[in-house]
Design a protein around this ligand. Sequence first.
Ligand code: ZN
Length: 353
Amino acid sequence: MNYRKFSLLRTGPCRYACPDLRHSGRHGPRHGGIISSMTAAGVVSSLSGGLRAPVALWRHHPVADQSVDGLVDATLAFQQRFPADIVKITPASSFQLRDLGQTDAWTGDRLGRRDFGPALVSAPEDWMKVIECSPSESHLSLHFQAARRLRSQIPRETPLVQTIFDPMFQACTLARGVWEDHIHTVPHLVRAALDVLTDRTVRMIETFRDIGVDGVFLAVQHGTRPEYGALGLGRALACVRAAGPDAVNLVHLHGAGHPEWFATSFAGSILHTSFEDNPAVLDEAARHPDLWLAGGLAPSLLAQSTAAEVFAATKAIRSCMANRRFLLGAGCVIWPETPAANIDAFLGAAREG
Ligand SMILES: [Zn+2]
């Protein structure tokens, strides 16, 4: 069944409901509720027995994301206007690469993303620039400042998570255009660079943790590539572990067509993805109701539907997920042009008893 059709028209049974939990009362307490502790378990299993759904949603803050003040103010303003149960810090996707020499620019992207400049790696020997780099971390330090200020201004009981792009995203970005060639012709250099990027990312996450950030939002953008299992997954898991045992971690599968094994690969984290784009993952997740799942309406629908449609669709998704561990959001970053009335309708449907 087409998820969009279901969610908007509310026809037929939900393919994503857990089949094991359709017999209510036989499998323990319902999950879902507002956040009561700093642990991921607390996020999804506390309090109200499904009367409310915990919510996390976010958007890019183009231009504002280029300064500490801008990013802090934009994040706080969005949270104040649209209060969520988890606050995500959403920097530009270049923020881990700028100190390595990667350039980028704002060119008016619809989702608020920045475009990358020329790739740092083109010839095989260019990987040595990554392997031997000792970055000053001057740009990164701005993001530590932003996290520190946000932590001081957001109530301690509200988890604050830092967006982190996984090592394979970083390496693929640095080697745009030659990645596929290099993983076959110089795999030892690619692996060595990935290891360096992973070590640096782990140190970065440990610093965010020391600042008081409660976990990471790990963006996985190359999960459908055939080499992800060999080159990406283990290093992504190292990043998640670096956030600490009690962290509230989200792992975001960006894009469509991820294989079903992703459903169980990040157990202990909250797996976030677009439902309609990843049916195999959702079907597998339905067989594991104790795993944490997050997502919701596609950002395009959130932006382009009427408020009434958003409300109905959000209620339908809540109903679908009522008997599993679930955090309500959008399938990916919401569009900056999304009408405020639609986000209000989303929040209203999430919090209506
Ligand atoms: Zn995404």
